[in-house]
Ligand binder design. Sequence first.
Ligand code: NAD
Ligand code: DAU
Length: 371
Amino acid sequence: MKRNILITGGAGFIGSHVVRLFVTKYPDYRIVNLDKLTYAGNLENLRDIEDRPNYRFEKADICDFDTVCELFRRYDIDGVIHLAAESHVDRSIRDPFTFARTNVLGTLSLLQAARLYWEAKPEKYEGKRFYHISTDEVYGALELTRPEGARSDFSAHEVYGDEFFTEETKYNPHSPYSASKASSDHFVRAFHDTYGMPTVVTNCSNNYGPYQFPEKLIPLFINNIRHEKPLPVYGRGENVRDWLYVEDHARAIDLIFHKGKVADTYNIGGFNEWRNIDLIRVLVRTVDRLLGRPEGASERLITFVTDRAGHDLRYAIDSRKLKNELGWEPSLQFEEGIEKTVRWYLEHQEWMDRITSGEYELYYETMYRYR
Ligand code: NAD
Ligand code: DAU
């Protein structure tokens, strides 16, 4: 094998797209998927590639340092793409310790295992790479300086402020989730500065697409519209997010893993801002149309609920550095991406049903029904 790459969190939403891309595009790389299979990890996301000869799955916790070290030795790992994390802001508000454990200590455990393994080799860090996947949420929140004139049609594009997050923006996380991701980003950079580890960090905006766990806005709402359940909109639905199709994120990760500059940071985003309430109306119309209902009929399901504590108002990524230096651009228009995504969830109801039963259902009930 030309390379032995450890991808963590490969059974999750973004991780499964990254694993699929690498396994199919690089048959001469061995791809080792390390995942604890928490509530968010689902091997069903990888059924189509699980028998490929260059793919291995290892069920393990990134915090289990001895096991991680053993995996580095067993597979002679020379590259890491680290996605494993607790990823849902609402859960972090209820249970911050789990986020600190996985996102901070887990990342440190991986860094230290990589350091010990690579430093013991004659060539040391040559040809190695530790790529940490982070989020735009570490930058905090931007002002909404142009809240009026929100889009009213499907294809309009609106920019909700003059400021964007750049790679120079100061870290200012607000939720336990973003604080834990910010902390892990600092550890990764510290391992470069202290030990010379060839690291790279990317901060990406909100992803959407197939296989996303239905606690996140888009899959949760598609499923609720289908089943005519209430759509819990936090606050007044005015918060703005910058949406990117998940396969475009996976393509960026591929490019940056191979061509990104050591010790550098790249922001990834689609210049695609949407107010939550406008996005929700697009989802409603798309699901209604595809189910043969009168378009917009499901708007009656929209229910304004108590706002998320510390709810960041606006995220907007400036990804020009990635475009200018490495030539990456999103490939999909939002309309096309949303249509594909809604179709995918409607056509994969069994996937959704298996997830929304059992343990997750209990959490889901306490989280949304009794609000
Ligand atoms: P996800 O919650 O869908 O998947 C996380 C995966 O990590 C799951 O498979 C889970 O089993 C695994 N995992 C959790 N704890 C683990 C542990 N201790 N050991 C091993 N595996 C563990 O998350 P996602 O949305 O795919 O996000 C992946 C990464 O991308 C995260 O680091 C997240 O912070 C980052 N990110 C996500 C988005 C987004 O919009 N979803 C945007 C930017 C960055
Ligand atoms: O910006 C990148 C981040 O995007 C990632 O780092 C996180 O892992 C990912 O979960 C996502 O965070 P958000 O909090 O933005 O995503 P979420 O889907 O939870 O919410 C999107 C917006 O919709 C947010 O403003 C909160 C709102 N919302 C969400 C849910 C689940 C609602 O109004 N109602 C809901 O039920």
